[in-house]
Design a protein around this ligand. Structure first.
Ligand code: AMO
Length: 441
């Protein structure tokens, strides 16, 4: 029995993660490390439930180890050396007979939240203590899943010859137009935080052909909703010689691959009806419906909504469409006037754009389209939207150097995680969310 930190702590101190221990280890001495989730004292025997990032292991204590354990606050970090043995517990296949407990770091007796989730705290309180909140496996799983999905996305694009790029987040002019830019003093001039990589990703197809980027973007929107943040992660792609329907195909294929990965992931402890067998099979085997904006308007009118062609779709309208089409569906061919200056018009109907959104119910997950690559039309579009050529000078020049026709899209990663993990607040899917009232921790 020891209560001090050993002189030498190195990567060999821990021999196993909690979840790795199986009946095959019975009789072997192992070392696990983690935090005390629970302690049960039945007199001559005690049980520490030790949790690490992988899961939970039951450990059995007697004698001096039991005396020591009685004084260790829950959530303290310890190293336990013990022999693996069979167990009578229904919840575990084996347990550890403790030989030695080493206290690595004591937790204070009063913690701001209960990371076991037994005593519930509201989201704000949890976010104030996010590092501790992540000890709750339900919370942790969202971020382990998120990490895995980033891997899936990278593989998906690499297999299709996309080059991963990193574009600047400090920029000198708006990338999306509009006014929702964070600005700050940048030496003798003004700097802005990037709203999206739009201009850079388009410029890069000039030479790199196909690019993708996974990065944070910043929008100074003063709206407090369950699906908007002021800093969000976007998965952006841009490809030469593809049109928007090919981009929709790619998006659909990628989402289906992510759905399969998520289902196979052993991390899902949350119950999300999306992954019930029948629903999941339907989702992954059938094409996502593709509905033209014009048909959405007709549909909405039938449903009694007061909406006219040319108007943006309100939350109420999107909710109605979401009920009708359910789960994932594309809305395509939006009126050109509703889209940013860089979106291409349809040749046979110039009031309509080659654009799409991917919805999950009322939630917009992806936005994309074919881009305007004709410099004179691009200039007219800037003018029509009240934007000056001068601010886009560096961008416009590139279109004089042999710009290939191209298309692309941006996917809101945090929103996708909402759908996959079945939560209704985007703040649940972001480690340290930034909204109009939160800038720390
Ligand atoms: P858009 O502005 O639609 O398009 O953004 C793309 C996707 O990013 C997500 N998103 C957000 N997520 C959380 N909080 C926000 N404030 C927020 N704003 C956007 C959404 C959205 O669908 N340049 C284009 C994309 C392109 O055409 O390539 C763009 O930025 O999921």
């Amino acid at each position: 029995m020891t209560s001090t930190i050993p002189d030498k702590m190195n990567s060999t101190s821990r021999t196993h993660y909690a979840s790795q221990l199986t009946k095959e280890h019975i009789g072997f001495e192992v070392i696990v490390a983690g935090w005390i989730e629970d302690f049960r004292d039945i007199g001559k025997l005690g049980f520490i439930m030790l949790r690490d990032v992988s899961g939970l292991v039951q450990t059995v204590l007697k004698g001096e180890n039991l005396l020591l354990a009685r004084n260790i606050p829950r959530q303290s970090n310890v190293l336990i050396i013990g022999k693996v043995q069979d167990t009578k517990s229904k919840n575990f296949s084996v347990e550890l007979n403790v030989g030695e407990i080493i206290i690595l770091s004591e937790a204070s007796l009063t913690l701001p939240i209960d990371p076991t989730g037994r005593v519930e705290s509201n989201l704000d309180t949890r976010l104030d203590s996010r590092a501790l909140d992540l000890r709750n496996p339900k919370v942790l799983n969202i971020f382990v899943l998120r990490s895995g999905i980033l891997g899936v996305i990278r593989d998906f694009f690499s297999e299709r010859n996309f080059i991963e790029v990193n574009t600047p987040k400090i920029i000198g002019s708006a990338s999306e137009g509009g006014s929702n830019l964070f600005s700050f003093d940048y030496f003798k001039t003004k700097g802005y935080l990037a709203q999206s990589p739009q201009l850079y990703k388009e410029q890069l197809v000039l030479s790199l052909d196909r690019v993708f980027e996974i990065a944070p973007y910043f929008r100074a929107e003063n709206s407090h909703t369950l699906r908007h943040l002021n800093e969000f992660q976007s998965v952006d792609m841009e490809a030469a010689y593809l049109d928007y329907t090919a981009v929709m195909d790619l998006v659909e294929e990628m989402i289906k691959r992510i759905l399969v990965f998520t289902k196979d992931s052993k991390r899902i402890e949350f119950e999300n009806p999306l992954f019930e067998q029948k629903t999941f099979e339907n989702l992954t085997s059938k094409p996502f419906p593709r509905i033209r904006y014009e048909d959405c308007i007709t549909e909405l009118k039938k449903l009694g909504e007061k909406v006219e062609f040319g108007e943006d779709l309100s939350d109420a309208s999107l909710k109605k469409l979401g009920e009708k089409f359910d789960k994932f569906f594309f809305i395509l061919d939006w009126p050109l006037d509703l889209k940013p200056f860089y979106i291409h018009e349809k040749e046979d109907d110039p009031k309509i754009s080659k654009s799409f959104d991917l919805q999950f119910g009322y939630l917009e997950l992806v936005s994309g389209g074919t881009r305007q690559h004709d410099i004179s039309k691009l200039k007219s579009r800037l003018e029509a939207q009240g934007l000056s050529h001068q601010s886009f000078r560096d961008h416009l020049r590139v279109f004089e150097w042999g710009m290939p026709p191209h298309s692309g899209c941006g996917l809101g990663l945090d929103r996708l995680l909402m759908v996959l993990s079945g939560v209704n607040n985007i703040r649940e899917t972001v480690l340290y969310p930034r909204d109009t009232t939160r800038i720390s921790p």
